[in-house]
Design a protein around this ligand. Structure first.
Ligand SMILES: C[S@@+](CC[C@H](N)C(=O)[O-])C[C@H]1O[C@@H](n2cnc3c(N)ncnc32)[C@H](O)[C@@H]1O
Length: 282
């Protein structure tokens, strides 16, 4: 995993250094999350900053989710809603011991992100579109529906559209795995309404293990990921650079003395809040 993270971050970091010398860094002040008020993901500098901060921890979390989602033996036909760069596919790849031959991946996002760990191929596709373009035809051949840190970002009307599309889909596969990684309090009720939607259509839980969300951020707050998994790491050089960004901004005459764009990459479990369940057609 360490090699994968290093290889993944190298071009992101080198482009970030390049962007830094071309731009002042004030744009990074707009990098915050508050419900549907989110950073401008179309901005390449914001994408780089996001990935340098979150990608290793998120890839690790998604790997861990796939390790524990009990779906090892089937062919994985994934739909990733709000897939971004496709970090969830990287987690899947690492969980499957660097092998994607049993995976067919379709991701959808409003933004065509740079830095996809895996390019388009016969079994990997990314649609650049709004969630409200999804129909029952889009989803019917899928058996894994994944919401990677995205569900709370959809407006209420778009979420309602998505909910109806899922409810109206006649899934070909008898088993459907639902997975969410959460960022916001809106995620939980939304995900649970999707689960209940399946139950209302006669699906049952495959295992009795599903007991809602796993909340690592409360159970082991700020536990270092590396202390759980020695295969996880983050390059020191990038970490130190991100921690001294404010002093590197080229806008020297800026009047905003309170500005602080330094970031720590996420290296702990504090952002980890997730759920998964498998539902079976009765
Ligand atoms: C926090 S990011 C997560 C990205 C990625 N899944 C990850 O794990 O890093 C949320 C993503 O949801 C996407 N998104 C938000 N609203 C959307 C919509 N209405 N339709 C499609 N994608 C949307 C954003 O463009 C963004 O890429």
């Amino acid at each position: 995993m360490i090699d994968f993270i290093n290889d993944y971050l190298t071009p992101v970091y080198s482009d970030f250094l390049q962007s830094e010398s071309l731009n002042d860094l004030c744009e990074l002040k707009s990098f915050y999350f508050d419900g549907t008020d989110v950073p401008d993901y179309t901005n390449p500098l914001i994408q780089q900053y996001y990935l340098l901060k979150f990608a290793p921890a998120y890839i690790w979390e998604y790997k861990r989710l796939y390790d524990y989602a009990y779906i090892k033996n089937s062919f994985h036909k994934i739909y990733s809603f709000g897939c971004g760069a496709g970090l969830d596919l990287a987690g899947q790849y690492l969980s499957l011991k660097k092998n994607l031959t049993s995976v067919d991946y379709k991701g959808l996002d409003l933004v065509d992100w740079n830095y996809k760990p895996f390019p388009v191929s016969t079994n990997i596709n990314y649609a650049v579109n709004d969630i409200d373009s999804i129909s029952k035809e889009t989803l019917k051949d899928r058996n894994i529906l994944f919401f990677p840190k995205s569900l709370s970002e959809f407006s209420d009307s778009k979420f309602n559209h998505l909910f109806d599309a899922i409810q109206n889909t006649n899934f070909i596969e008898p088993e459907i795995c639902l997975i969410i990684s959460s960022t916001d309090s809106k995620d939980e009720p939304r995900f649970e309404s999707i689960v209940k939607g399946f139950i209302s259509r006669g699906y049952i839980y495959k295992f009795s293990e599903y007991d809602g969300f796993y909340n690592w951020k409360n159970e082991s707050p700020s536990k270092g990921i590396k202390s759980i998994d020695y295969c996880f790491d983050y390059p020191d050089e990038i970490k130190e650079h991100l921690n001294n960004l404010t002093s590197m901004c080229l806008k020297k005459n800026c009047a905003d003395n309170s500005c602080n764009i330094d970031i720590w990459p996420v290296l702990t479990t504090k952002n980890m809040y997730f759920a998964h369940t498998i539902l079976v057609k009765n």
